[in-house]
Design a protein around this ligand. Sequence first.
Ligand code: 3Y8
Ligand code: NAP
Length: 248
Amino acid sequence: MHILLLGGTTEASEMARRLAQAGLNATFSYAGRTRSPLPQPLPRRIGGFGGVAGLERYLKDHSVTHVIDATHPFAAGMSRNAHAAAVATGRPLIRLERPAWAAGPADDWQTVPTVEDLPGALPDAPCRVFLAIGKQQIGLFAARPQHHYLLRLVDPPDAPLPLPHTTVVVARGPFTLTGDTTLLREHRITHVLCKNAGGAGARAKLDAARGLKLPVIMADRPVLPGDNVAHDVDQVMDWLGQDTDRGV
Ligand code: 3Y8
Ligand code: NAP
């Protein structure tokens, strides 16, 4: 057995700990998006595979027997490639996906279909936006330069930002309610923009927004292929167990 664990989330790190504890042969894969990704208790590989064809080659060359897609719900490109490569090579694949966030009675959320719809949901009058979507899609907001953007990034920007009015905070989650409440208050934020990432690591800003009675504008998740989905690590271990018992 050789498991390929596509990582980059809290759940993927928890999955890695369980696979290591069970003594299973697995490789943890990062895209290489950040300068110093977390260490893992499994051998790591860092970087893209080179599309579906590259991933198919990797699966064959490394005798991968199982693929666990524990990437972020918005890492749609990776999830689509993993599904296509697994089907093409006949490898079993399971997606480990945390439940989406749902608004409570005290939440003031507006949802939009995609991240691309977030800029258009902002009011025209200048406001102060906490843009908690990372750095890859900041360029979308160049169409709305009148706002002041508070950006939280994992690494300092390595190129000039495409927005005229920004404040950058460099921080790696998981985040806390106290920390995010202070952040929103200190920067006089009027709107919180984010993705429906789910999970606990990015949830604090939503609870802070509720406490400060701030509106949240949230992008819904992309639809991903494949119907073999687990919502916790135990379900993935059970899925693997069916084969480890058979000595695959
Ligand atoms: C490289 C691995 C762990 C995983 C921790 C989780 C929690 C902290 C919250 C905010 C939202 C955001 C962003 C975020 C969170 C966890 C998790 C999560 C959101 C690391 C990591 C990698 C990435 C990539 C990075 C993206 C960016 C997204 C920042 C490691 C720390 C906004 C997503 O600078 C960049 O280019 C950053 C890119 C993809 C989204 C984007 O499009 O910019 N994550 N984040 C993974 C790889 O190389 O394969 O460096 O150690 C992982 C984590 N980030 O094991 O504890 O599980 O969600 N990550 C979002 O949720 O909206 C921050 O600031 O409130
Ligand atoms: P993406 O847009 O879905 O994927 C783009 C390309 O990045 C993929 O086609 C693949 O390149 C490479 N890639 C992505 N994840 C990979 C992995 N785990 N191992 C090896 N290559 C990977 O991905 P993304 O949204 O940029 O996310 C990148 C990483 O950050 C993922 O691991 C994801 O779990 C993590 N993350 C993302 C978010 C988010 O908001 N998107 C949030 C938290 C964490 P090739 O085509 O060359 O194979």
